[in-house]
Design a protein around this ligand. Structure first.
Ligand code: ADP
Length: 570
């Protein structure tokens, strides 16, 4: 049995409230077979327990209406008083006609506080009504995931739980959903993987998807090293090897493995077998070095939706260093501590230096991106320019996999907001400061081997969950609102839409989609930057999409028309 998360409220809150929540007091009525709440609900509004002023309390009924989606407030609510740790908080929407979501407080390890803007703690009744639960799969779940849920007031439910209904009633599932889960999920539930996520996450599929775009747009898609899938391209590789110059290098990798397992260097003299589970990639022989060491960047990228495409890049991440000085000398070719930058490989090196203090993020064999950028600036390298190039290759990778993702996800319209994915891009920078995408990890390691790791990864997960927006689901009400129906839409009409005619031209679904896009950007906080759809750059990328999509085009038009449509709608 896995350890469950407990809602540990501050002692200033009524202990009985906390105990009741912990004991998950919903019961089934033997007569109706329906769940009932125990009746001894504490009636004291939470605001009184926090000693709020009369004026603050008067705001409460107005905010309650927002929960029911009937009204809205543009006011900013900033709570001066401390909210008890791990007490659920509601993030109110910034626009009218949309739903509130759950606010994710940063756990203490993040050494940061998320600003309580337009947010308020749940009342005791709401805590019961919305009873927040997460299903975290796997026998050794990541601590940063558990802690992030815990600090937002979620209780972890377990596969072994006796109450099967409860097992179905999770708000967020962390772990790949099976067919039954995907079929049964409703519009209030979120899963952290898209069906078909391997289109980006397997090295061979990534190459298949990107090479198609590389043929079409050779200039734009020249950021993935040329690759040979041995199953199909063996003969082509042998020919390339024979005709290559004598010091040419390649790297051979299993198509679906990670952590540097099974990787070998290949030279002109190497004998290569037709191993259909492996691929061979051109070796980037001239990496940018810091203090003589090769490194790569782990870049965290969040995709919150594929239709419309919404992509965010995290401002921080990890820089992973090799632990022996770089050399392409033929006698060093077998030395993994020179050529591979994986943490899993280098932590075994006698030269590996562990980070011991989250404040010292430029020490040891793993740095933060922030420390790395500072180092680049010290070296006279424009780190801003480099990171905007990284954003460009990340987004192009997402655009290239978008058709395959939407194919794999037939329910994407219905559950447009039901999935999200945190990808770990491995990016190598060469000596010309050109970023190369080496691979994309579907489940990037969230293990924390140092205080720096812990801080970055916990902030990351808390930010991801806050951004994607976990909606409130009244679990005491058996009826789950059905997903919206999608009408025929005419993409050719979009250029004619403007502020004066948008009310008649757009459907409610169109407005919902635009509102969600805007709300999400408001929730992204200071750590994520929105790389698509970004009003400043959206036009540059629209032509790269294999198929023009109605939602992407509508957002482009919305930005072009200076976003006044929503004020008409509201
Ligand atoms: P894994 O999934 O096993 O981590 P990667 O593709 O990330 O496999 O490769 C592991 C490491 O090998 C990378 O972190 C990088 O240091 C090195 N590497 C991989 N591909 C290349 C390449 N084409 N050129 C140079 N170095 C590479």
């Amino acid at each position: 049995m896995r350890q469950k998360l407990q809602l540990k409220g501050d002692t200033s809150l009524s202990q009985s409230v906390i105990q009741r929540r912990n004991s998950n007091q919903r019961q089934k009525s033997p007569v109706q077979g329906r769940r009932l709440f125990l009746s001894h609900v504490i009636q004291t509004p939470l605001s009184l327990q926090y000693g709020q002023t009369q004026q603050q309390q008067q705001q409460q009924p107005q905010q309650q209406q927002i929960i029911q989606g009937r009204s809205h407030s543009q006011s900013t609510v900033v709570f001066q008083k401390e909210i008890p740790q791990k007490w659920p908080i509601i993030q109110l929407p910034f626009l009218k006609n949309t739903e509130p979501t759950i606010f994710f407080q940063y756990p203490p390890v993040c050494e940061d506080k998320r600003p309580l803007v337009n947010a308020r703690p749940m009342t005791v009744e709401e805590v019961k009504k919305y009873s927040l639960t997460c299903k975290v799969l796997g026998s050794a779940p990541y601590k940063c995931v558990l802690t992030s849920f815990d600090w937002a007031g979620f209780k972890r439910i377990d596969e072994d739980d006796e109450d099967e209904d409860e097992y179905e009633e999770w708000n967020v599932q962390w772990g790949i959903g099976n067919k039954i889960t995907l079929r049964n999920m409703n519009r209030y539930q979120k899963i952290n993987h898209f069906p078909g996520c391997w289109n980006m996450g397997r090295k061979d599929l990534l190459w298949i998807n990107l090479s198609k775009f590389k043929r079409k747009y050779p200039k734009e898609y020249n950021f993935i090293p040329n690759t040979y899938l041995l199953q199909y391209d063996y003969d082509r590789f042998i020919m390339a090897q024979e005709s290559a110059q004598k010091d040419t290098l390649w790297i051979k990798k299993p198509c679906a493995d990670s952590r540097g397992r099974g990787i070998t260097m290949i030279s002109k003299k190497s004998k290569v077998k037709k191993d259909k589970n492996c691929l061979i990639m051109d070796y980037i022989y001239n990496p940018h070095l810091i203090n003589g060491f090769k490194y790569d960047l782990r870049v965290y990228v969040l995709i919150s939706c594929f239709d419309p495409l919404r992509v965010y890049m995290y401002k921080d991440g990890l820089v992973r260093f090799a632990t022996q000085k770089y050399s392409t000398n033929s006698k060093d070719l077998t030395k993994r501590y020179i050529h591979l930058t994986n943490f899993a490989v280098n932590k075994l090196s006698p030269n590996f230096v562990k980070n011991k203090d989250s404040q010292k993020d430029d020490e040891g064999s793993k740095w933060s991106h922030l420390a790395y950028r500072k180092k680049l600036d010290d070296l006279g390298v424009d780190s801003r320019e480099l990171f905007s190039r990284i954003k460009d290759v990340v987004l192009k990778t997402c655009i290239a996999t978008e058709p395959f993702m939407l194919d794999s996800n037939a329910k994407s319209q219905e559950h447009r907001n039901g999935y999200f994915e945190l990808y770990g891009f491995d990016v190598l920078i060469d000596e010309n400061l050109k970023p190369w995408v080496l691979e994309v990890n579907v489940s990037p390691s969230l293990n924390s081997s140092s205080p720096l790791d812990k801080k970055i990864k916990t902030s990351l997960i808390s930010d991801v969950l806050h951004l994607v927006g976990v909606p409130l689901w009244d679990k005491s009400n058996q009826k789950v609102a059905s997903p919206p129906k999608y009408n025929q839409r005419n993409i050719k009409e979009i250029p004619n839409i403007n502020t004066s005619n948008c009310l008649s031209k757009l459907s409610q679904n169109d407005f919902n989609m635009l509102i969600q896009t805007v709300e999400e950007v408001k929730r992204k906080g200071k750590n994520f930057s929105c790389i698509f759809p970004n009003p400043k750059t959206i036009h540059q990328y629209m032509d790269l999409f294999e198929f023009p999509r109605y939602n992407n085009k509508l957002i482009e038009r919305f930005y072009q028309d200076r976003c006044n449509w929503l004020s008409r709608y509201n």
